[in-house]
Design a binder for this molecule. Sequence first.
Ligand code: GLN
Length: 492
Amino acid sequence: MNHSDLSYASAKKLSTMLKQGDVSALELTSHFLDRIRQLDGPLNSLITVSEEHAITAAKAADKALSDGTATPLTGIPLLHKDIFCTKGIKTTCASHMLDNFVPPYDATVVSRLNAAGTVTLGKTNMDEFAMGSSNETSFYGAVANPWDTDRVPGGSSGGSAAAIAAGFAPLSTGTDTGGSIRQPAALCGITGLKPTYGRVSRRGIIAFASSLDQAGPMTRSVEDAALMLNAMCGIDDGDSTSADIAVPDFTTLLEQDIAGLRIGLPKEYFSNDLDPQVSAQIHAALAELEKEGAKLVDIELPHTHQGIATYYVIAPAEASANLSRYDGVRFGHRCDDPKDLMDLYERSRSEGFGDEVQRRILVGTYALSAGFYDAYFKKAQQVRRIIANDFQRAFEQVDIIAGPAAPSVAFKKGEKAADPLAMYMEDVYTLSVNLAGLPGMSVPAGMIDGLPIGLQLIGRSFDEQTLLNAGHRFQQRTDWHLNTPTLAGAIS
Ligand code: GLN
């Protein structure tokens, strides 16, 4: 068997091969573990490789395949962002604060994917506590973009995106609070879906901003994203915000045609902030959807730019509350030889958290403080409602909304690291979607000078199905999602 076929095969294809006995789950697992060992050095996309767990799970998968109890995901290798609690496997959130944390339980997403028969190969690198857009804030070092290792993979799920692009597994989980699935998916040329808030349980996912966080699939194809979402979602008693709403089989309507689908193009998404080359590629991608019978409609989302200020009050405010538990007593790193309790708190938190996390805690604490709550947090909540209303109005006219996932291709490492505001602008097209709680997806839609770009599709609440349908039709017409980078030292 030609092993390069395995590295970039979709989960769907691997599932067929497993069922036909062309390859065993154990062989697949060894193939990907070898590839990670051989090639991840310069990329740094993984924090932990869980070889022993993987081999045990692969053997169980092979048994299920021979017993006839296999599901479509049985034996498929998978990576988890290091924000998901994994029983018995270190879970750091890319922070010194949780450097030695081994969870005693699995996040609901993890246990559901385990139950579906996937094989966890390891935990992916990320921005510390999922705060960032470049994967440069990790305690374990920056992640490189496989398309150009001088560039960032995007963030915060940068390790997951880089690993999928590098052929280290067909599937990975990610989380998206303001764009962290879609923006790295765009910058690494993979498919990434942020489901509707409440679609996927947050239990066991280390909290950043609880009203915005949502987990989703990061894959090679829309078809794989549908397959993986099937296994991830559904109501969960362990998360009071998980929605009690029917879960369709997301794979069934993929092939449906999209004739007459109304796609809204917000004029604010195609303004001067957008790189003209990205804009041209997005328009070319939309022309492909028009050939499928979709209709393009000009719309407005007038408060798009207020999204950034709103998000950067709400997300840090929630983060400051969520991160208060890491005090060196209840959770997290403890400093050596504290003089007294205050010294213990101060030094444990100063040593445990990196600069960006500390910046967010300061901003968030300020926005929530008695004298400023009304001016900042309350005001931001009001603007959040206005932004959600913009989307609601737009969805009276159109079925989905399309635009870029990020303003440019992957930027150079270090280029924005010293300028937090420039970094925050990376999320201008993604974070309003979280503020409104809607589903959003990025699919590979072009290349500029050898670097991928992503088309973002945004849907109505709980209508992931229409996004998946449109994305799949797009991938039937185009080959952008089949492009793979050339990795230094790759032989298989
Ligand atoms: N880049 C955004 C931030 O730093 C979004 C991060 C995310 O979605 N986790 O907050």
